[in-house]
Design a protein around this ligand. Structure first.
Ligand code: GLP
Length: 241
């Protein structure tokens, strides 16, 4: 795994945005795997900036997001559909049909998972998968003990993940306990993976991913087996390496 440590979170996010912009310049029409979470917000802000300067060809990519909460429709304020429209797709003015997310409100979630996998395959697979990391080492919503060869499916969220994500929901508002997520096998099929981790709260998960044993107890550790994986982090997230 290639490891790039930047002095702060803003520069780490800028480096990830640059990698995405470079890929699209070299390979128009590339397929991006996108992620959500607070860590990604400065990456998407940097891409919007670059698009404004003509340095990011927004109209020239297809994207597939990692995951969505089960039970939340695409207009629910806490859904990842709304997150992506707010932080990237809306400001870029992306034409409909270019960006895909799994539907957490699908009546048959198993069929939706199969449809999503088929759509990724039909697009030719993912060229670059962007990942964050949960404090417990999860990627997408693949919690510890997830099969390292799993495909898109429903996962029950770990208590820690539900607590970590509570900050995005209003006081008293129920936080979803299940999500539809790309599997670890789905992520590993991407030609390139870039994982961004920033802040001291991620330091232990980053150390377990990079230096710990390859184990389903830390799903991100599977990236040790990926031929083209890059960890981009700030000094705080690298502190336990
Ligand atoms: C959620 C998402 C992950 C993300 C993680 C960390 O669990 N499903 O894709 O990496 O949160 O989020 P944050 O960047 O807010 O710490």
């Amino acid at each position: 795994m290639k490891i790039l440590i930047h002095p702060d979170a803003a520069r780490a996010a800028g480096a990830v945005a640059d990698r995405i912009a470079d890929l699209l310049a070299a390979r128009p029409g590339a397929v991006l795997g996108l992620a959500t979470g607070g860590t990604m917000e400065p990456v998407y802000a940097a891409l919007i900036d670059r698009a404004g300067q003509g340095r990011f060809p927004a109209a020239r990519f297809t994207s597939f997001n990692l995951d969505e909460y089960v039970g939340l429709g695409p207009d629910h304020p806490q859904s990842y559909h709304v997150y992506m429209r707010r932080h990237l797709f809306g400001p870029l003015g992306l034409p409909p049909g270019q960006a895909h997310l799994p539907r957490g409100d699908a009546p048959d979630l198993e069929a939706e998972a199969a449809r999503y996998e088929a759509a990724i395959a039909a697009a030719g697979g993912i060229d670059l998968q962007l990942l964050g990391i949960g404090a417990n080492g999860h990627i997408g919503f693949n919690e510890p003990s997830s099969s390292l060869v799993s495909r898109t499916r429903v996962k029950t969220l770990a208590r820690k993940t539900v607590e970590d994500n509570r900050r995005f929901f209003g006081p008293g508002e129920p936080v979803p306990r299940h999500a539809l997520t790309m599997g670890i096998g789905t992520v590993m099929d991407a030609a390139e993976v870039v994982l961004l981790a920033t802040g001291a709260a991620k330091a232990q998960a980053v150390a377990a991913m990079v230096e710990g044993p390859l184990s389903a107890s830390c799903p991100a550790s599977i990236l040790q087996m990926h031929a083209k994986a890059t960890l981009v982090c700030d000094r705080a997230a690298a502190a336990a390496l």
